[in-house]
Every structure is written in structure tokens, then in C-alpha cells.
Ligand binder design. Structure first.
Ligand SMILES: *Cc1c(COP(=O)(O)O)cnc(C)c1O
Length: 478
């Protein structure tokens, strides 16, 4: 059958509207003057459209997805089952509070478990993504300094290995970004940090394990230096999968953080979202938290409230509720033993792959690694002109999603691999064998590598064009 994207035919709409069960009224205002420009097609065509799209894309349901820093683990089906319970799907955020006690209990329980896992004292579940959580946390830091009448703290320190969202969030929150260098091991350079802090330091943003997959052994010293200077420490929780149940940001000296529920706690992301980036903090910052706070009323159930000096709302209502239900399900299923076991397996899988590859692929830093490792294709590029991008694209022909490319920025020709705990030894072995084969192919016929992939529905995409000039709507309204 011919593959078509545009299947709409005017007038071919099939809508199954239920019989009206409320009194009919006539609306005068707010009526559209023009018909909505929506596709018109019967259910079977809708089904085929999405089935076809799903076959043309690459997801974790199709194979290993070792996209470093993104924790593309398998999302268990039971998460979807609980999130689809009618008691969860049929509630509305404007319902009277006594009719949504179950939903409030989900918020309260999720907050309780996240504080236990991280060593924080309170969480807002409102932020819709990791970057949104960062922005929230930075606003808390700002509110804290201002509440003490300290207006001089205008700078946020960010290491040069940081995820791009860190400096972006700091700038959006109105701070000046101060970059500090990493040392030869990929850790924070302590002397550079000491030189950077001062009475203008609002805080430091850091992820640990860091973006090269290493746990910084000086973490207590780092947070100590910042605190001594009067700044606060922000933990980018995107790498929590490596340490959950084993080490807690709250014990490392961090004051405020976010968690990517869509990474660590197995809710869909990367086109399958929406996400959720709860922002947690120590008790002294809790009065600034945004959005809904669930509290116990005296024996009558749960009530909603706002934190005393709240920074306001970060988005509408309480957050991406169904995502929170999925994450809570995941935490319940794993339990107290499963959470650290998951972290250990994630670390084991990454080290296993790294060991199997390091004789061919130079590692950017000496191991052992945590949940991910970074290879550098710099030498390959110099000698053969085959780039990290070429290698990554070649993986697609073998049904493997490419690793993260050109990140972190401090590593040249970087490929960052995060296999996650949900891959079996057989799958890891296969991925290793494919990477070794590609390496051999690159040496044997370097020119051909620039043409890869050969077997995908579209070949090399204009990624710069797509980022600069995104077309995110299928049709523009008339
Ligand atoms: C993914 C990621 C973020 C941002 O999270 P989003 O949910 O994509 O906004 C921040 N820092 C690190 C290290 C990440 O990997």
C-alpha cells in the first residue's frame, strides 16, 4: 500500500457524539465564525495514520535507546493501567476539594516519597519539565535572598559541563551566569570555584553524578564552599537514576533541586510526554514553593492551600497529574529494595558496556563510570574524517537509537551512552557488537559513513534547519 501522510477528505468525518443528556441552550457569544480547519477522516484512517507513524519512528519499545542524560528506560505498562483508572481520568481540577480526596492523596504521597528519596523536606509537583523545575528552583533561591534583604546576590555559578538548560534557566530567572571550568577528571575545579564565589553569589547549579557520568568525590567540599560564601546549592536531578536509594542530594548539601519524573521514574518522554519536573527544597525554602500544597485538615480529609510566601503559580492547576500517578505507581512497584537495585543495575549496565568498548572507542574520562559514559571520537575524526555524528547515524541502520551527540560540550566529538537498567545482557552484547562492527566499517570505508543511515524512512535530516525554523503544526489555521 502506498504510504500517505495526508489522508483527510472533506466531509469524511465520523464523530460518535453521545446523546445530549443536559438541557440544550443557545450560545450567542463565543461562537466560532469559521469552521475549524481540522482533518476529516474515519476512525480506521486515524488508526492507520498513527500506526504508520509509530512504525517510522524509533522508541524504547522497538529497541535499546542509549540516549545519554535522558534515561530512556522502559516504561512499565502497569503505570499506564493505574493512570487510566476512571477515578483518576474523570476528575477535574475545579471540582470541590471533598470530591477529589483521592487525587490529593496521590499528590501528598508522591511528595512524601520524593522527599524520602532525595533528602529534601518539601516538593512542588507543579513544574512540567526538568528545565521548568530548574526555573522554579532558581526563583526560590531569588525569593530567599530577597526575603533577607540581600539584593547583592545576582550570580549563579554553573560548571562548563552543565546541561544547556542550567545557564538558560538561570538567565531566565534574571541571574548572571558565571561559568567555571572542570578539572582533568571532569570534576568541579575547586580552586576555580573558590575564586568564583563571593557576596554576589546567589547559588551554584550542579548535577551529581555529573554530565560525564562521574560522581564528584568532593561534593561536600563543593557545597560547603558555596554555603560559606552565603550562596545556595541547586541539584539538577536529571541523573538521579544512578544514585536513588543510595545517596541523597539533601545529604550532599543541596538546598533545592528538581527531579525529572519522565527520566528517573519511568514516565514517557521524548515525544511521548508530557513530562513532570517536581521541584524540591529544604524546609527553610518551603514557604516559597509554588502552586497547590496539600495539607491535612483536622480529621476531615485533605485540603488545598498555598505556601505562605509562595512565588506564585508556575503553570495552571496542580501539575501533569497523570504523569505523577505513573511515577507514584513506579515507586510503589519498586519499593524500598527495588529503588537502589534499579540504580545499581543502571550503573552495572553502563560499566559493562564501557568495558566491552574501551579498547576500540576511547573514553573521555577514566572509569568506573556511574549510569553513563562518554566516548570521544576525536582521533577517528582526525584520521578518517568520520565524525561522532556519522557513527551515531550508522546505528540507526541496525535498529539502535543513537546515543547523545556532542554533549557535554567539554568533550570533543562526544558520544554519551546511557543503556539504563531495563536492558538485558543480551541486548547490551548486541549493541556492543554493532558498535564494534561500525568502528570496523568506518576504518574500512570512511567515505560511506557520511551517507548513513541508508534504511530509515528519511535519511539525514537538516537538524539545524529544523531547530531554527521548526514547523510544529500540521496545518496553519486560515
Ligand atoms: C534532561 C536534562 C535536563 C532538562 O530536563 P527536561 O525535562 O528535558 O527539561 C536538565 N539537566 C540534565 C542533566 C538533563 O539531562
Amino acid at each position: 500500500m502506498k504510504l500517505v501522510f495526508e489522508r483527510s477528505v472533506p466531509g469524511r468525518n465520523t464523530a460518535y457524539l453521545p446523546k445530549l443528556d443536559v438541557p440544550e441552550i443557545t450560545l450567542n457569544a463565543e461562537l466560532r465564525e469559521k469552521k475549524l480547519n481540522l482533518p476529516e477522516l474515519p476512525e480506521v484512517e486515524v488508526d492507520r495514520h498513527y500506526t504508520e507513524l509509530s512504525k517510522q519512528t524509533r522508541g524504547v519499545n522497538g529497541g535499546i535507546y542509549p540516549l545519554g542524560s535522558c534515561t530512556m528506560k522502559y516504561n512499565p505498562a502497569v503505570n499506564e493501567k493505574t493512570a487510566a483508572l476512571p477515578g483518576f481520568t474523570d476528575v477535574h481540577p475545579l471540582q470541590p476539594v471533598e470530591t477529589v480526596q483521592g487525587a490529593l492523596e496521590v499528590f501528598r504521597e508522591t511528595e512524601r516519597l520524593l522527599t524520602k528519596i532525595t533528602g529534601m523536606d518539601a516538593f512542588s509537583l507543579q513544574p512540567a519539565a526538568g528545565a521548568h523545575g530548574e526555573f522554579t528552583g532558581l526563583l526560590l533561591i531569588k525569593a530567599y535572598h530577597l526575603s533577607r534583604g540581600d539584593q547583592a546576590r545576582t550570580k549563579i555559578i554553573v560548571p562548563d559541563s552543565a546541561h544547556g538548560t542550567n545557564p538558560a534557566s538561570a538567565a531566565m530567572a534574571g541571574f548572571e551566569v558565571v561559568n567555571i571550568a572542570s578539572d582533568d577528571h571532569g570534576y568541579v575545579d575547586l580552586d576555580a570555584l573558590r575564586a568564583a564565589v563571593g557576596p554576589d553569589t546567589a547559588g551554584l547549579m550542579l548535577t551529581n553524578p555529573n554530565t560525564v557520568g562521574l560522581f564528584d568525590p568532593h561534593i561536600l567540599e563543593i557545597t560547603g564552599i558555596v554555603h560559606e560564601a552565603g550562596g545556595l546549592c541547586y541539584y539538577d536531578g536529571a541523573n538521579l537514576n544512578a544514585v536513588m536509594g543510595i545517596a541523597r542530594p539533601g545529604d550532599m548539601g543541596f538546598d533545592v533541586m528538581h527531579i525529572n519524573l519522565h527520566k528517573t521514574f519511568s514516565t514517557p518522554h521524548g515525544g511521548g510526554g508530557p513530562g513532570s519536573g517536581p521541584c524540591g527544597c529544604k524546609a527553610f525554602l518551603a514557604d516559597f514553593l509554588p502552586g497547590l500544597r496539600v495539607k491535612e485538615a483536622d480529621g476531615t480529609g485533605l485540603v488545598e492551600g498555598k505556601a505562605a510566601s509562595t512565588i506564585g503559580n508556575m503553570r495552571s492547576f496542580a501539575g501533569n497529574f497523570s504523569v505523577i500517578v505513573k511515577a507514584l505507581t513506579y515507586i510503589y512497584v519498586l519499593g524500598k529494595e527495588g529503588i537502589p537495585a534499579t540504580a545499581k543495575n543502571a550503573v552495572l549496565n553502563a560499566n559493562y558496556m564501557m568495558e566491552q568498548l574501551k579498547d576500540l572507542y576511547p573514553m573521555a574520562f577514566e572509569g568506573p563510570c556511574m549510569h553513563e559514559f562518554v566516548m570521544t571520537l576525536e582521533k577517528m575524526k582526525e584520521e578518517t574524517h568520520v565524525s561522532a555524528l556519522d557513527i551515531a547515524k550508522a546505528l540507526l541502520d541496525y535498529g539502535i537509537h543513537p546515543p547523545t551527540m556532542y554533549f557535554p560540550l567539554i568533550v570533543h566529538e562526544a558520544l554519551m551512552v546511557e543503556p539504563t537498567e531495563t536492558e538485558s545482557k543480551e541486548t547490551l552484547d548486541e549493541a556492543v557488537q554493532v558498535l564494534r562492527q561500525i568502528y570496523a566499517d568506518a576504518l574500512a570505508a570512511p567515505e560511506a559513513m557520511h551517507e548513513k543511515p541508508l534504511t530509515t524512512p528519511v535519511r539525514r535530516l537538516d537538524e539545524v534547519g529544523a531547530a531554527r525554523n521548526p514547523v510544529v503544526r500540521y496545518r496553519f489555521a486560515d
